[in-house]
Design a protein around this ligand. Structure first.
Ligand code: 16G
Ligand code: ZN
Length: 533
C-alpha cells in the first residue's frame, strides 16, 4: 500500500476540516458539495474490502429519494448485500479522518481486518442520474471513487448509469460464478423478462390480452432503465412512463417516498378510476402501488400489502406443489397492524419484526427457506435458499399436471425476484404477474384488508441520540419514563400502537401512531410527540 501516493492524491479530494459524516442506514448521504473526499475514500475502502474478501465489491453513487442537490454513496458486499456493520464503522472513521491521519486510519483497518494487501482488488461502480448545475453530479463523484480505487492499485468496471438494485445484482452475479446470472444490463433484462414472459404466457392462454400499468419514475434512473428493459417484456406488459426526467426535477412532488408519505398521487400522473399505477423512488429500489376509485378517492397500496400479495401467492403455490417449506415474512415497526394480523391469521405465515433499514430485514429473511421482506415504504424482495431454488427447479422439470404447473410458476417467480436487493422493476413485474395469474384487480388486491388509520410525525430535538430503543424499535429504553408515558397514552385509544425512534438518515426523531380512527391516530401521535420533549 503506497501511503505516500494515497496522501498526495487525497489532497486533490481534500476533506473540509472538521467535517464529520457518518455511514448511516444507507451509506453517506448529504449535500453533494460535501462529498468529494468521501467518494475518494470510499474508493480506497472498497479496495480494502475487496482484498479482504477476495471478491468484487460494489460502489453505488446515489441519494435515493433525497432532493436533487444531495448525493450519497454506499458499498455493496460480495453477495450483493449491504456492507457488513464492522466495515460501516471503518467507513465512518475513514471519512472523518483529517488528511494527516489518513495513513494511520488506513493501516489500522488493514491490521484489524487482516487485509492481505497482495490480493488483487476489483470494484464495480454504478450511479444514478443526478446532475446539478452548481454541485458535483453523480458522474463527477464516481470519478472520485475511481481515483480512490486506482491509487490503491484496484481494478474497476464502471457500469455508469444503473439503478441501485441493478448494481447489487451485478455484484452478486460476479461473485456467484455465473450461477445467479450474467453481470450485464442485458443479462439482467433477459433473466427477468424471460421469467415474466413465461409466467404471463399462461394468462394469455386464458384470453386476458396484454396488460398495462402506469409508472411514475420520480424523474430518476428508473425511467431510463425501465425504457431500456420494456421491449424485452412488451409481449406480457406495456408500461406507460410518467416523470421520466425530461420535464421535472428528481423526486420533486413525485416518486414512491412522496406518494407514501403524502398519501397522494405524484405530479404529472394521469389517473383514470380503477387503473393500476405505481411509483418508483429516485434510484428504483422502492415501489408503491395506488389507484383512484370512481369517486376520485386515492388508495395507496404500500409495501405491507405488497408483502401480503406475494406471501399468500407463494404459500398457495407451495400447497399446490405439496411442499411444506419454512416461509417467513419480515416487517418493521412501521408495518400497519392490519397487515401483520392478516399475515398471521389469514395467510398463516409467521411474521417477524426487525429494526428499520434494509440490511436488518434482509438478514432476518435469510433465516428461512423462503423469506419475504418489505418495509412499509416499499423496499423489499423475497429470498429463496439455494437448496429451495435447486429443489423447485428440479420439481418444475419432474412433476406433471397441476403440481408441475405450480412448480414451474414458482421456478419462474424465483428468477423474477432480484434476491440481491429490493428492486422496483423486479417487484413490479412480480406483482403484475401475480395479479394476472390470479385474475385480481387492483381494488380486489387493496380489499384484502383495511389499513388501520395512522400518522407519522417528525420532531426536531436537541440531541436525538438521547432516545434509544429496543424490541425492534418498538420500545423506548431512554430517556427514562418515556416508554411509560407512551404506554399510558396508548391505553386511551382503541387498537392503538405508537413508538418513537431516532432517524438514521436525518437529524430528527420519528413518531408513529396507529389507532381505530384517524382522529385517534392523529391525537395519539401528537401526544407522543409532546412526551418526547
Ligand atoms: C434508508 C433505508 C430504508 C429506511 C430509511 C429509514 C436502505 C437501503 N434504506 O432510506 O430502508 O426505511 O432509511 O429512514 O436501507 P429513517 O431512519 O430516517 O427513518
Ligand atoms: Zn431508494
Amino acid at each position: 500500500m503506497d501511503l505516500e501516493a494515497v496522501c498526495k492524491r487525497s489532497l486533490v479530494h481534500a476533506k473540509p476540516q472538521g467535517l464529520i459524516l457518518q455511514y448511516g442506514t444507507a451509506g453517506f448521504r448529504t449535500d453533494a458539495q460535501h462529498l468529494d473526499h468521501i467518494m475518494f475514500r470510499m474508493g480506497l475502502l472498497a479496495v480494502l474490502r475487496s482484498k479482504q474478501t477476495g471478491s468484487t465489491i460494489g460502489v453505488m453513487v446515489t441519494a435515493s429519494h433525497n432532493p436533487e442537490e444531495d448525493n450519497g454513496v454506499k458499498l455493496v458486499d460480495p453477495l450483493g448485500e449491504m456492507l457488513a456493520p464492522s466495515w460501516e464503522e471503518h467507513a465512518t472513521c475513514l471519512a472523518s479522518a483529517e488528511e494527516q491521519d489518513l495513513p494511520r486510519v488506513l493501516a489500522a483497518i488493514v491490521e484489524k481486518e487482516a487485509v492481505d494487501l497482495l490480493q488483487t482488488a476489483f470494484v464495480v461502480l454504478g450511479r444514478d442520474t443526478r446532475v446539478t448545475a452548481f454541485r458535483p453530479s453523480s458522474e463527477k463523484l464516481s470519478q472520485s471513487v475511481i481515483d480512490g480505487v486506482t491509487v490503491l492499485g484496484g481494478q474497476f468496471h464502471d457500469y455508469g448509469l444503473l439503478t441501485t438494485p441493478q448494481l447489487h445484482y451485478m455484484v452478486y452475479c460476479r461473485n456467484s460464478g455465473g450461477r445467479y446470472g450474467l453481470a450485464t444490463v442485458e443479462g439482467y433484462c433477459q433473466k427477468l423478462s424471460k421469467a415474466f414472459i413465461e409466467l404471463t404466457k399462461q394468462v394469455s392462454c386464458s384470453g386476458d390480452g396484454t396488460r398495462s400499468v402506469k409508472v411514475d419514475c420520480a424523474n430518476g434512473i428508473g425511467a431510463l432503465k425501465l425504457k431500456e428493459m420494456a421491449p424485452y417484456f412488451s409481449q406480457g406488459l406495456s408500461v406507460q412512463i410518467f416523470n421520466d426526467g425530461t420535464g421535472g426535477r428528481l423526486n420533486h412532488l413525485c416518486g414512491a417516498d412522496f406518494v407514501k408519505s403524502q398519501q397522494k398521487p405524484p405530479r404529472g400522473m394521469e389517473m383514470e378510476p380503477g387503473e393500476r399505477c405505481c411509483s418508483f423512488d429516485g434510484d428504483a429500489d422502492r415501489i408503491v402501488y395506488y389507484y383512484c376509485d370512481a369517486a376520485g378517492h386515492f388508495h395507496l397500496i404500500d409495501g405491507d400489502k405488497i408483502a401480503t400479495l406475494i406471501s399468500s401467492f407463494l404459500k398457495e403455490l407451495l400447497l399446490e406443489i405439496g411442499e411444506s417449506l419454512n416461509i417467513g415474512v419480515v416487517q418493521t415497526a412501521y408495518a400497519n397492524g392490519s397487515s401483520t394480523r392478516y399475515l398471521e391469521e389469514v395467510v398463516k405465515v409467521p411474521v417477524y419484526c426487525t429494526k428499520t433499514g434494509v440490511k436488518h430485514l434482509h438478514h432476518k429473511a435469510q433465516e428461512f427457506d423462503i423469506g419475504v421482506y418489505f418495509e412499509a415504504n416499499g423496499h423489499g424482495t423475497a429470498l429463496f435458499s439455494e437448496a429451495v431454488e435447486v429443489k423447485i427447479k428440479r420439481l418444475a422439470q419432474e412433476l406433471e399436471g397441476e403440481k408441475g404447473k405450480a412448480a414451474r410458476t414458482l421456478a419462474n417467480i424465483i428468477d423474477l425476484f432480484n434476491q440481491a436487493a429490493g428492486d422496483a422493476i423486479s417487484d413490479m413485474l412480480v406483482i403484475e404477474a401475480i395479479l394476472a395469474l390470479k385474475g385480481l384487480t387492483v381494488q380486489q388486491w387493496d380489499a384484502l384488508y383495511v389499513d388501520l388509520p395512522n400518522r407519522q410525525l417528525k420532531v426536531k430535538v436537541v440531541d436525538r441520540r438521547v432516545i434509544s430503543t429496543t424490541d425492534a424499535e418498538r420500545q423506548a429504553v431512554t430517556p427514562p419514563g418515556l416508554q411509560e408515558a407512551i404506554s399510558d397514552l396508548m391505553k386511551k385509544y382503541k387498537l392503538a400502537r405508537a413508538f418513537v425512534r431516532p432517524s438514521g438518515t436525518e437529524d430528527i426523531v420519528r413518531i408513529y401512531a396507529e389507532a381505530n380512527s384517524q382522529e385517534s391516530a392523529d391525537s395519539l401521535a401528537c401526544e407522543v410527540s409532546l412526551a418526547v420533549f
